[in-house]
Each structure stands twice: as structure tokens, then as C-alpha cells.
Ligand binder design. Structure first.
Ligand SMILES: *Cc1c(COP(=O)(O)O)cnc(C)c1O
Length: 385
């Protein structure tokens, strides 16, 4: 699939850089819109934290998605990219006062609240402005997901959300607050989830909660089930678009929505991961005692997922058609964990060859750092070449 990339044009620009295939991104967004339109009252918010490149955000906002933000900076990025404030939801365990004030000033759709102390602060800040804050409560459903331990979020032991047993008390408490309007419940069980059974378990848990709340005559207008749909890191060419049909159908079949309820989703990775590639240049090919290293000019500062989560990314030499050889692909950073892959087969590498690290559109560019006083990687879209 080397034909995917304008390799000659890539040779002209400074490496490493991110390249976003905006055609694939648009096709992914079309698929999402097509699948959600089959279901009444399904609405998708893009999780800005996965990738906040302004050009990428612009394409997503143009497709009509809302935005899921976890900081004031993300609210600003979302507004700048054209997401309407009334489609912005704001989550996070530790919202600062300025961030809450920004959300209030911009009249965002809703704050996803994670504790009573936070609710009290939002109430006070809203009262000071003579405003009412719409809130959803993030409930920790104690549902595990079959994914990496660092990216499960819905277990009782995680820092996120309000425990189920406290749910009714919190809702009661909110009903006495002058400047708070309780509008729904929020959940998010983790990331890179490929087993639809995990989402089904969340649906069953929400059904139980709704029954319980109804017994106390508490009505919920909005249910937000978060994000978490995974992608195929192994087969970016064969499976460039995640199985959105299976994902949305799981919720349609298993979640008992009441009439008038809106179901919100917050997808990050599934929207942007496959459209992004980290392009890096081979600096040296080094023969070690036991292995051969391809030393490239990108490092964990540009893409931290392999070092942080032992994540797998498919890697290709897009400059060479020579026979395969086995390499460890490593970066220049002074850390032993600065390794993109061990013992993988690449077309024979030479100094100067461009290497594509695939499926890097989510949690890639946005997590880049300047460690070792490095420059941040640039981000280009297809139209730039
Ligand atoms: C990170 C996050 C998401 C997006 O998760 P993905 O796995 O990228 O879909 C959605 N909602 C919340 C609250 C999050 O923290």
C-alpha cells in the first residue's frame, strides 16, 4: 500500500511529521453519520483529546459531530474549529474554576460531573453569573473492559466517576441546588474496546440503574455512554474503518431507551486513529550484537503509545521494495523504552528511507512532548501535499 503516500513529496519536508489522510477521515465520518441516522436520537461527540490538530478538528466539526472536552483548552480548541457550544460536553475529574467559568460563559451543553465537591463549585460559580449549569453525573458502573489496564476507567477502583450506590443521593442533592439543572447520566468504561460484550455489559448495567431510578420517580433525559470503540492496529489497510454498525447496533439492541431520551456517544480513537500516520526518516542502520536496528528520527516524544502502553503499530518502509529483513525500530531519545517495535520485518532499510508508523492518528500528535529539547512534530493533511 505504498501508493497511499506521496513519498516524493514527503522527501521535501522536515521529518518526523504526522500525515492525516482526510479522505479516509471523511469516509469514516460519513459511516458514523450513516449508522447513527438509522437510530432515533443517537448523537456523537468527538473526543477532542484523541487529536486536536486544527485541520483535523475542522473536518470533524464540518461533519456535524459535537465535541467531548476534558479541559478548558479543549473547549477553546473545539470552539475555534467550529463546534457549536450547544454540542459541547465537558468531562474530567479535576475541573479548575477558570475552566468551569469558560464552560458557563460559552453556554456549553453540559458538564459531566464526577463528585459532590465539584457539583458545589459549579453551583456557586453558575450562581455568581446568574446562570444555570446543565449537568450529567458520571457514574462509575463497575464494568470492566477487556483492554489494557491503564485504559480501563469503569472499575470501582478507578478514580473516575461517582459510585453507583451514591447516585440517588447525588441526584437528590442536585435537585436542591439553585443553579444546577440535572439532565442525565454519563458513563465511560475504557478505550480500545473490541469486544461488543463489554458495551453490552454497560447497557445491562444502565438498564438496571434506570429501573432503580424510575422506582424513585427520577427521569433521565440524556444518557451518555462515552467512547472506547477500538480499531485494528494490525490491519490498517484491510480494516481502515471500525465496525460502527456493530457498535451502534449493540446499543440499539441492548440499551432500553425510554421515549424522548437522547443517547450520546463520545468517540475519539475510532474516529481519527486510522487516518493518521507518523512519517519518520531512517538515520542509521546499526548492526548490534544480536540484532539489527533501524534508528529513526522520530521517538517516544512524537508517539508515546508504544513506550507507555506497549502498544503495537504497524510499520512500513515506504521508500524501499528490497527483500524483507528483521529490525528493531528505535528512536533517538535517551530512554531504553524509546522503541517502536522489536524484531519486525521491513523492506531492507537504508539511511534516508521514509518509515510509516501507521494508525497513529489518535493519542499521537496530541501527546507529543519536547523532552530532550526536541521540536514538536508537525501535522499535515492530504491537501497540504
Ligand atoms: C477518552 C475519553 C473518551 C474517548 O475515548 P476513545 O477510547 O478514544 O473513544 C470519551 N469519553 C471520555 C469521558 C473520555 O475520557
Amino acid at each position: 500500500m505504498k501508493g497511499k503516500f506521496p513519498v516524493d513529496k514527503f522527501q521535501q519536508v522536515r521529518t518526523p511529521f504526522y500525515y492525516y489522510d482526510t479522505d479516509l477521515l471523511r469516509e469514516t465520518l460519513r459511516t458514523i453519520n450513516q449508522e447513527t441516522s438509522k437510530h432515533e436520537r443517537f448523537t456523537v461527540h468527538y473526543a477532542i483529546k484523541a487529536n486536536a490538530n486544527p485541520k483535523v478538528l475542522r473536518v470533524i466539526s464540518q461533519a456535524g459531530l459535537g465535541a467531548d472536552c476534558v479541559s478548558g483548552g479543549e473547549i477553546q480548541a473545539a470552539l475555534q474549529a467550529g463546534f457549536p457550544a450547544n454540542k459541547i460536553v465537558f468531562a474530567g475529574v479535576g475541573k479548575s474554576d477558570w475552566e468551569i467559568n469558560l464552560g458557563l460563559d460559552k453556554d456549553i451543553f453540559c458538564f459531566n460531573v464526577e463528585s459532590i465537591p465539584e457539583l458545589e463549585v459549579i453551583n456557586q460559580l453558575a450562581a455568581a453569573k446568574g446562570k444555570t449549569a446543565r449537568v450529567c453525573f458520571r457514574i462509575n458502573p463497575d464494568v470492566g473492559a477487556h483492554t489494557h489496564a491503564n485504559i480501563t476507567t469503569g472499575l470501582a477502583e478507578n478514580k473516575f466517576g461517582i459510585a453507583m450506590r451514591d447516585m440517588e443521593d447525588v441526584i437528590q442533592e442536585a435537585s436542591h441546588m439553585q443553579s444546577i439543572q440535572f439532565i442525565g447520566l454519563h458513563f465511560h468504561i475504557g478505550s480500545q474496546i473490541l469486544d461488543m460484550g463489554d458495551f453490552e455489559a454497560l447497557c445491562n448495567r444502565i438498564n438496571e440503574l434506570q429501573d432503580q431510578l424510575e422506582r424513585h420517580h427520577i427521569r433521565i433525559e440524556n444518557i451518555n455512554v462515552g467512547g472506547g470503540l477500538g480499531i485494528s492496529y494490525e490491519h490498517p489497510n484491510r480494516l481502515p474503518i471500525p465496525d460502527f454498525k456493530a457498535y451502534f447496533d449493540t446499543y440499539a439492541h441492548h440499551l432500553k431507551l425510554r421515549s424522548g431520551q437522547t443517547l450520546h456517544f463520545e468517540l475519539g480513537r475510532a474516529v481519527v486513529a486510522q487516518c493518521g500516520t507518523l512519517i519518520t526518516r531512517t538515520l542509521y542502520v546499526k548492526q548490534g550484537t544480536y540484532k539489527q536496528f533501524a534508528i529513526v528520527d522520530a521517538g517516544m516524544t512524537d508517539l508515546i503509545r508504544p513506550a507507555l502502553y506497549q502498544a503495537f503499530h504497524k510499520i512500513e518502509n515506504i521508500s524501499s521494495e528490497e527483500p524483507l529483513e528483521t529490525y528493531d525500530v528505535v528512536g533517538p531519545i535517551c530512554e531504553s523504552s524509546d522503541v517502536f517495535a522489536k524484531a519486525i520485518d521491513l523492506n531492507k532499510c537504508h539511511r534516508g528511507d521514509l518509515i510509516a508508523i501507521r494508525s497513529a492518528g489518535a493519542y499521537g500528535e496530541i501527546m507529543a512532548s519536547q523532552y530532550n529539547c526536541r521540536q514538536l512534530p508537525l501535522g499535515y493533511v492530504k491537501e497540504d501535499f
